[in-house]
Write a protein that binds this ligand. Structure first.
Ligand SMILES: *Cc1c(COP(=O)(O)O)cnc(C)c1O
Length: 466
């Protein structure tokens, strides 16, 4: 079955994998030496091929290699790289005007993006939005709004959470290396509670939902006090933490308990939002309506834009001038968002994400039957991952295998990403504009990468089958 998006991009970059040189090639290697001499070592690169052009599901590097994209620049180019409607709107906008600062002299594009967000995000209540530059900035502002609207200070975040790299969002993020190590002190009044992580729940996945909920309620009550909590923030499917999907119904229980205690429920949908999981937002699948929702990444087809959307009375509780920033809701980024949202509607990209799941799932399941190192397959839509373990019974995280599979995929011209608190999750975030052909070719490469990278466990390490 061919997908219509293919036609839109076929004149830009041929949707075909081409390997001209080793990966990375000589020109990329040369540029990488310059990078190492010019760019802070703190900013590292996962796959140092230097990109010259990209469209649909293909990245073209400066050595003329064409790589299949299973990462979307970390869930950003959901509509495809340089998507036609995004390019057209951006080109028009950048020629019209580039900046005024919305807080000085406003423009229609900002308002139109907010109208679209208010319409598309979960719930049909009265909503308002505000625009920012990055996901972390949106999360910071959601916290500011929650504190201002409730008059309370404490924020509750979960194990394995990722909310960004600024000072406040580092405090919300769970993992130390590389995000927080040596960068403290961190913001206070942030409290961490256990995440409902079925695969690693100590007493087994069947007990995860109830026990995780009880532990959450008990920790908030005993250690913080409900009356001190402004908000609970959670990714409906955790991103950097390893695509952890809580048990069905668990998010709704948390949200209901928050509502009963006048605590705001903030959904961080920066990675899971905008069609990625097979719905417009991951909360839709669970029927959860957050008080505040943060979005970024997929919102603008690659331009930097982020938003907080929420109940009108919360968003309007802030005094005039209390929110903003020089570039927040830049007109070019807003034009890109309007082009991206138009594409998502016209191409029915939630449906496309479900099609991608239907193609990928059986092949990942076949792979898991062959390799017991795949401890779990999880995720929804085009946000899927496998968790790798060196011992399927003890579930010992195997970060080395994840790194080896990643390396083998890269060498074969497939751009892939790892994730997870233990570095042992191999995740898939293909652009929704990818063709079925490229998707299957990427999965062929993945199979070969497992064959290359997988070393069977030593005989004395085999699980006891008696
Ligand atoms: C990426 C991400 C962020 C941070 O977004 P930036 O644009 O990198 O600041 C926050 N929350 C989640 C869930 C993310 O995936």
């Amino acid at each position: 079955m061919t997908h219509t998006v293919e036609h839109a991009v076929e004149n830009t970059v041929e949707q075909r994998r081409i390997l001209n040189t080793a990966i990375p090639g000589p020109k990329s290697a040369e540029l990488h030496a310059r990078k190492n001499a010019a760019v802070s070592v703190g900013v590292s690169t996962g796959l140092p091929i230097y990109v010259e052009r990209a469209a649909g599901g293909i990245l073209v590097d400066i050595d003329g290699n064409q790589l299949i994209d299973f990462g979307s620049g970390i869930a950003v180019t959901t509509v495809g790289n340089a998507a036609p409607r995004v390019v057209e709107r951006v080109q028009q906008q950048v020629a019209d005007f580039t900046h005024t600062c919305f807080m000085v002299t406003p423009y229609a594009e900002y308002v139109e993006v907010c109208e679209a967000l208010n319409e598309l995000t979960p719930g049909d209540h009265d909503k308002r939005s505000a625009l920012f530059n990055s996901g972390a900035e949106a999360v910071e502002n959601a916290v500011k709004i929650a504190r201002h609207a409730t008059g309370r200070q404490a924020i509750v975040a979960f194990d394995h959470a990722y909310h960004g790299r600024t000072n406040l969002t580092m405090a919300l993020t769970a993992k130390s290396m590389p995000y927080k190590h040596g960068f403290g002190p961190f913001a206070n009044e942030i409290y961490r509670v256990p995440m409902a992580y079925p695969y690693r729940w100590p007493t087994g996945p069947e007990n995860c939902a109830d026990e995780a909920f009880d532990q959450f309620v008990s920790a908030v009550h005993a250690q913080i006090g409900e009356a001190n909590v402004a908000a609970v923030i959670i990714e409906p499917i955790q991103g950097e933490g390893g695509f952890i999907v809580p048990p069905s119904g668990w998010l709704a229980r948390i949200a209901d308990w928050c509502a009963a205690n006048d605590i705001l429920f903030i959904a961080d949908e920066i990675q899971s939002g905008f069609c990625r999981t097979g719905d417009w937002f991951a909360c839709d699948y669970e029927g959860v309506v957050p008080d505040l929702i943060t979005t970024a990444k997929g919102i603008a087809g690659g331009l930097p834009l982020a938003a907080v959307t929420g109940r009108a009375e919360l968003m309007d509780a802030v005094h005039p001038g209390g929110l903003g920033g020089t570039y927040g809701g830049n007109p070019v980024a807003c034009a890109a968002a309007l082009g991206a949202i138009e594409t998502m509607k016209a191409e029915d990209l939630p449906r496309r994400a479900r099609e991608i799941e239907a193609i990928m799932m059986p092949r990942l399941q076949a792979l898991a039957e062959k390799y017991p190192a795949i401890g779990e397959i999880r995720g929804r839509g085009a946000m899927l991952a496998v968790e790798l373990v060196s011992d399927p019974v003890a579930k010992t995280p195997d970060a080395a295998l994840a790194a080896a599979v990643n390396k083998a995929c890269h060498a074969a011209g497939l751009v892939t990403l790892t994730a997870g608190t233990f570095g042992n999750v191999f995740r898939f975030l293909p652009p929704l504009a990818i063709s079925d052909g490229l998707l299957n070719e990427g999965l062929d490469i993945l199979e070969q990468a497992f064959a290359v990278a997988h070393t069977p466990p030593a005989a004395d390490k085999q699980p006891d089958t008696d």
